[in-house]
Design a protein. Structure first.
Length: 131
């Protein structure tokens, strides 16, 4: 039964995004305020150009310790070309992908368009839902 559940059934579609020009302090506040581990970085047309994650925030923290400043833009620290998943992919396949990588969420695409995010928590919600 689990193998028949698709990413689209549990992904988040109401996703908070930032742009490459977003100030780092704003991006970190966005992560914290929304209780998410990463936010998609989109251009003016809404096209995914990267991900800004907690891990990227750690890069900012370390650099800030040396520079005594948290200045900069998301585009300088984001992960470019993040791993993505298809909305029709099996949730089991995505769970396997989560096991094989430290990534905590993936952008979801359908028909070449960015449509949402799937996180480890979303996969766990599916596990409880089938009980």
């Amino acid at each position: 039964m689990l193998a028949k559940i698709a990413v689209v059934d549990y992904m988040s579609t109401k996703v908070v995004t930032v742009t490459p020009d977003t100030e780092i302090s704003t991006a970190v506040k966005t992560l914290l305020d929304n209780k998410v581990t990463s936010v998609p970085v989109v251009d003016e047309q809404g096209k995914l150009v990267g991900i800004f994650s907690e891990k990227d925030g750690m890069k900012v923290f370390v650099e800030s310790a040396y520079n005594q400043s948290m200045a900069g833009k998301v585009g300088e620290f984001m992960t470019k070309d993040p791993q993505v998943v298809n909305a029709d992919a099996s949730l089991v396949d995505v769970a396997t992908k989560f096991q094989e990588t430290p990534t905590r969420s993936f952008p979801v695409f359908q028909n070449g368009e960015f449509v949402g995010m799937i996180s480890r928590v979303d996969v766990l919600r599916a596990l409880l839902a089938i009980r």
